[in-house]
Design a protein around this ligand. Structure first.
Ligand code: PMP
Length: 452
């Protein structure tokens, strides 16, 4: 860096400290937030010229990697032609994108556009409640979700979230959200098979439905696998049993694909590993690879039909200004075209296997309790000891993350909030990562665990 760049960088840091309220982490004088200048492929460069492999794709979202000029071009073209129209109207990109998403799903869905994952989940909850009202079951308003899951930051989505550390300062939240525990194979009792354990966990949902009076339950919401809560992957019997339970009791099944969608787990959508047909599916992040904000709530045609009557009562009274923004839809279409052209879902599956194989050796470390993943999504559970499985302290996790960063690798941390620790390191690199990128992640993590 020359002197002018150094001065510019220092002044940015100064202004950042003064004017910007960062998400989640408190400002730390000794470790100010990295000011990122550019991105290319899986790599980002900060203002000081340091390069890092972003093994979290930002917040699990830059699926096609950074620096795709064709996405910039398509956004510019669309803005020049039509910058905006509300989704009370329609436009070509929104229509084509809705058609495209349908072609990727296993049933017929109608697409409702919003801006973020939280928005998409709010829409899902409101549709579920209104659907039951219009079907003559006005008492069905409760939503069941799982502890440890994250579903967003707005009041409804946060109410569905099962991570108490994120919630307790903002309570009371919305009424009618109930939580059950998810299957967590790493902490399963020894005397029971994986299938039995998963069935028991699914039946916890059925018991909850009965205890709460089934005619009060509107929906169950879950991710195909819990991502932000620590990469907790269920056995397929769990997901299929939950679907059966929902069908048996007239409860809608909402699948949150905000992270798992668009190739993250090696298929177009995470739920496609389990051969189920959700009633409602929410999507964001990888939909545009985060080049522009856009989210979708996909509603099964049958449910949509209940909103089509001529009576005003039947209207879904929900609007948001930016949802379905033309440039965002155009970028989403081009993003999906890139994924198809470069066969990125398959690539995610193949690279994911290489990543997990490479990380296998970490299990020899006394503090690595478990290494797990699906597609290009992996979690490394860090514990005090393999016998006790006690999560390590937040300080120890912070040290591991800092050690990786010092070697040019950005990884995530996510949590077992039951124990109050964020003791699971997470990896979610761009699906377009090269073989060398994946080897770099493995190499750095081995050094962090075995050479420090
Ligand atoms: N659902 C899941 C599974 C998520 O991981 C997130 C965000 N990390 C959300 C919903 C909320 O998305 P957003 O931050 O775009 O509101």
């Amino acid at each position: 860096m020359d002197n002018v760049q150094v001065r510019e960088s220092l002044s940015l840091i100064e202004k950042d400290r003064k004017y910007v309220w960062h998400h989640i982490s408190p400002y730390k004088e000794e470790a100010p937030p990295m000011i990122v200048e550019k991105g290319e492929g899986s790599w980002i460069t900060d203002y000081k010229g340091n390069r890092y492999l972003d093994a979290m794709s930002g917040l699990w979202c830059v699926n096609v990697g950074y620096g795709r000029e064709e996405l910039a071009e398509v956004a510019a073209e669309q803005i020049k032609k039509l910058a905006y129209t509300p989704m009370t109207n329609s436009h070509k990109s929104a229509i084509e994108l809705a058609e495209k998403i349908n072609a990727m799903l296993d049933d017929e869905y109608v697409i409702f556009y919003s801006n973020s994952g939280s928005d998409a989940n709010e829409v899902a909850f409101k549709i579920a409640r209104q659907y039951h009202q219009q079907n003559g079951e006005p008492n069905r308003y409760k939503i069941i979700s799982r502890y440890r899951a994250y579903h967003g930051s707005s009041m409804g989505a946060l109410s569905a979230t099962g991570q108490s550390l994120r919630k307790y300062k903002y309570e009371p939240l919305s009424a009618g959200f109930i939580h059950v525990s998810p299957p967590d194979h790493y902490r399963k009792p020894d005397n029971i098979s994986v299938e039995q354990y998963n069935l028991l966990k699914a039946r916890e949902i059925e018991e909850t439905i009965k205890f709460e009076q089934k005619e009060t339950i509107a929906a169950v919401i879950m991710e195909p696998l819990i991502t932000g809560g620590g990469v907790i992957i269920p056995h397929e019997v769990y997901v299929q049993e939950v679907e059966r339970i929902c069908n048996r009791h007239g409860v809608l099944l909402i699948i949150d694909e905000v992270i798992c969608g668009f190739g993250r787990t090696g298929k177009a959508f995470g739920h496609q590993h389990f051969n189920i047909k959700p009633d409602i599916i929410t999507m964001a992040k990888g939909l545009t690879s985060a080049y522009l904000p856009l989210s979708i709530t996909a509603i099964r045609k049958e449910i949509y039909e209940a909103f089509k009557g001529t009576e005003e009562n039947y209207h879904f009274r929900h609007v948001n200004t930016f949802g379905g923004n033309p440039a965002a839809c155009a970028v989403a279409l081009k993003n999906l075209e890139i994924m198809e052209r470069e066969n990125l879902f398959k690539r995610s599956e193949e690279l994911g296997k290489k990543l997990l194989n490479g990380l296998e050796e970490l299990k020899n470390h006394p503090n690595v309790g478990d290494v797990r993943g699906l597609g290009l999504l992996a979690g490394i559970e860090i514990v005090e000891g393999k016998e006790t499985k006690k999560p390590v302290s937040n300080e120890k996790i912070a040290k591991l993350i800092a050690a990786a960063k010092a070697k040019g690798l950005i990884i995530g941390r996510n949590g077992d909030t039951v124990a109050g620790h964020n003791n699971i390191l997470t990896l979610s690199p761009p699906l377009s990562s090269t073989d060398d990128d994946i080897q770099f992640i493995i190499k750095v993590l081995k050094e962090v665990f075995f050479c420090e």
